[in-house]
Design a protein around this ligand. Structure first.
Ligand code: S3P
Length: 444
């Protein structure tokens, strides 16, 4: 039987400074680009989570030498398309949708079929979204009718430069095509709905020929491929998505104050701070600086009562796509009815998060109105739990687990939460920080 976490503690005072683990999106991108650079790349403060370890193991299977020394990572890149292709390579991406999709972009020249597999949750997720543009670039696939893992990809010797419209607001789809374009002799043009722009930023930082034109709703990205680039040094900032759990814990507690250091505050990642401040929080971002093409800063948050409802503008959705579950908790405690719409993509994550987020709130006694792609949350500012809550995290979704832990700490009651190892895919220090803040829990 898998272990469960037991929480029966509502503890209300901390005034602390913490650091959270390195950014997952940037860790994966620096690994992938380090594998394509010429020479030895050095990455500091890499995230040591299961998603990253799986990513490193896959790159090693493609012949890339990678060494880890605590949070320092050394990658020996052999230039563009410098993988050592062999027959019968199987890459296991584990739980990581980001790595599984992005690596396909770098395999567009593979002379052999390469098999890509993942865990149970990843094997339910859609790959049509990257298969279709990669086919236009010249790759071929063996895949089931549902277009899910396991699949096999084989590349072609000529990678077509394409015009591609990314209309979901998915950074994973956009980045997969951007990585594939590195191997194309012409100019690839991507029109993309707004989404996190780390791949654009790191391309610029590495001197890869890229032009980004920002328009109101879409961005236009032009990439000229087949240009070798040098190995690099990079220090990864803390992950704003991991930070969000502690921002909300502080906000919904009483008399607490928290400073979180050196967080990635790229605008496309901190939509949740914008939303929380609209709900009445007074979260401050200070000491901003630009490093390695990304903005980082310290985040200051204090406990706050009298939070008010939000009508979340859908054009912000991609800027807080990984934070909706934790924002739903805030809406549960806010005054009034909050609404979130155009959220179909949320049901396509590690679990159907829109549906499961609603179910979690219902377990807390919060009324919701759920459709396929929207939710209304009827907030109750005096919510206080005295009952037993049992969270069966069937999908082993890391964000469902961490959101449930935060709910237990702020709303009280007796909680049993499975699957206790899930948080390790993105945020291995999560429970350690909970302890550092003074909370108690038991693993049984
Ligand atoms: C990610 C993009 C997002 C996000 C995921 C990480 C990335 O997915 O949910 O956790 O690093 O590009 P989509 O771009 O598919 O929405």
């Amino acid at each position: 039987m898998t272990k469960r976490l037991l929480i029966n503690s509502k503890y209300d005072f901390f005034k602390k400074t913490i650091s959270v683990d390195g950014d997952k999106s940037i860790s994966i991108r620096t690994l992938l680009l380090g594998s394509q650079a010429c020479g030895k790349t050095f990455i500091k403060n890499i995230l040591l989570s299961e998603d990253i370890i799986n990513s490193i193991n896959c790159l090693k299977k493609l012949g890339v030498k990678i060494f880890l020394k605590k949070k320092n990572c050394y990658i020996y890149g052999k230039g563009l398309n410098g993988f050592e292709y062999k027959k019968n390579i199987v890459l296991n991406a584990g739980n990581s949708g980001t790595f599984a999709r992005l690596i396909l972009g770098l395999l567009v020249k593979s002379p052999y079929y390469i098999k890509l597999i993942g865990d149970k949750s990843l094997s339910k997720r859609d790959f049509e979204r990257v298969i279709s543009p990669l086919q236009k670039l010249g790759a071929n696939f063996k895949v089931n009718n549902k277009k899910t893992l396991p699949l096999k990809i084989i590349g072609s010797s000529f990678v077509n430069p394409i015009h591609y419209f990314e209309n979901r607001g998915s950074a994973q789809c956009k980045s997969t095509v951007m990585l594939a374009a590195l191997n194309s002799p012409g100019e690839t043009v991507i029109k993309a709905k707004k989404s996190r722009d780390h791949t654009e930023n790191i391309f610029k930082y590495l001197g890869i020929p890229i032009i980004v034109k920002r328009n109101k709703h879409n961005d236009e990205i032009k990439i000229r491929g087949q240009k070798l680039f040098k190995s690099f040094k990079y220090k990864i900032p803390s992950d704003p998505s991991s930070c969000a759990f502690f921002v909300v814990l502080t906000l919904l507690s009483k008399n607490c104050e928290l400073k979180i250091k050196n967080v990635n505050v790229n605008k496309s990642r901190i939509g949740y701070i914008e939303i929380l401040n609209k709900m009445g929080a007074k979260i401050k971002i200070k000491n901003k600086k630009k490093r390695f093409g990304e903005k980082q800063a310290d985040i200051f948050v204090k406990s706050q009562s009298n939070l008010k409802k939000i009508n979340c503008p859908p054009n912000l959705n991609s800027n807080l796509i990984d934070e909706f579950l934790i924002i739903f908790l805030v809406a549960a405690k806010a005054n009034g009815v909050s609404s979130f719409s155009n959220l179909g993509e949320l049901n396509k994550k590690e679990s159907p998060r829109l549906r499961l987020g609603s179910k979690l709130l219902n377990q807390l006694g919060i009324k919701t109105k759920l459709t396929k792609d929207s939710i209304k949350i009827f907030g109750n500012p005096s919510i206080k739990l005295r009952k037993n809550i049992d969270i069966k995290n069937y999908y082993k979704d890391h964000r469902i687990f961490m959101t449930s832990v935060i709910a237990a700490l702020v709303f009280g009651g007796k909680w049993k939460i499975s699957d206790i190892d899930s948080y390790k895919s993105s945020f291995p220090s999560f429970l350690k920080i909970i302890k550092e803040l003074g909370y108690k829990f038991k693993l049984v």
